[in-house]
Design a protein around this ligand. Structure first.
Ligand SMILES: CC(C)(COP(=O)(O)OP(=O)(O)OC[C@H]1O[C@@H](n2cnc3c(N)ncnc32)[C@H](O)[C@@H]1OP(=O)(O)O)[C@@H](O)C(=O)NCCC(=O)NCCS
Length: 139
């Protein structure tokens, strides 16, 4: 995968992330995992709180970061990213959810914006790759 679009996640990195994970939602079809979203609470907390401190949204008590959202190639184009983004909102209240999205990842970015996420800022991350920080308050 082009790192301009998505950073490389080795098996080990994913396992490590899962061991800290606060919330993972998977989509299964014929007993196979075809899509998932991983939300984390601990990771970018301080950075995200600092970024938000001058906005009207700093009042939210908790900030969750979408660590990874992925749909298996052959199942793309069925709106699964949007569906998963909607579903994670159902179980949470009074939080902010954020994500780092490449400005070149137009499929993902369009879906975040369509689901009501706002662009907070653009930063260089993961060794020099551009990422937009998008976020959404959940009431
Ligand atoms: C981004 C992603 C989750 C979107 O998947 P999705 O929910 O299936 O996307 P959508 O259903 O909104 O698809 C919208 C359109 O884009 C197309 N599409 C989606 N992702 C595509 C991709 N990576 N390559 C080519 N076409 C793609 C779909 O076929 C569809 O086209 P259509 O409207 O003509 O049918 C998926 O592309 C993916 O897993 N990418 C790799 C991981 C990634 O980038 N995650 C996001 C990190 S922030």
């Amino acid at each position: 995968m082009d790192q301009n679009i998505l950073r490389y996640h080795s098996k080990e990195v994913l396992k490590e992330a899962l061991s800290h994970d606060n919330y993972t939602l998977g989509v299964f079809y014929k007993q196979k995992l075809i899509a998932f979203i991983m939300l984390q609470y601990y990771d970018a907390l301080n950075m995200d709180r600092n970024l938000l401190k001058n906005t009207e949204d700093c009042k939210y008590s908790e900030i969750y970061t979408i660590y990874l959202i992925l749909v298996k190639k052959e199942y793309r184009g069925h709106g699964l990213q949007r569906k998963m983004l909607e579903l994670i909102e159902n179980n949470k209240q009074n939080i902010i959810i954020n994500a780092k999205v490449s400005p070149q990842n137009s499929y993902s970015l369009d879906n975040f914006l369509a689901c009501g996420y706002k662009i907070l800022t653009e930063m260089k991350m993961y060794g020099g790759f551009n990422r937009l920080i998008v976020y959404k308050p959940i009431n």
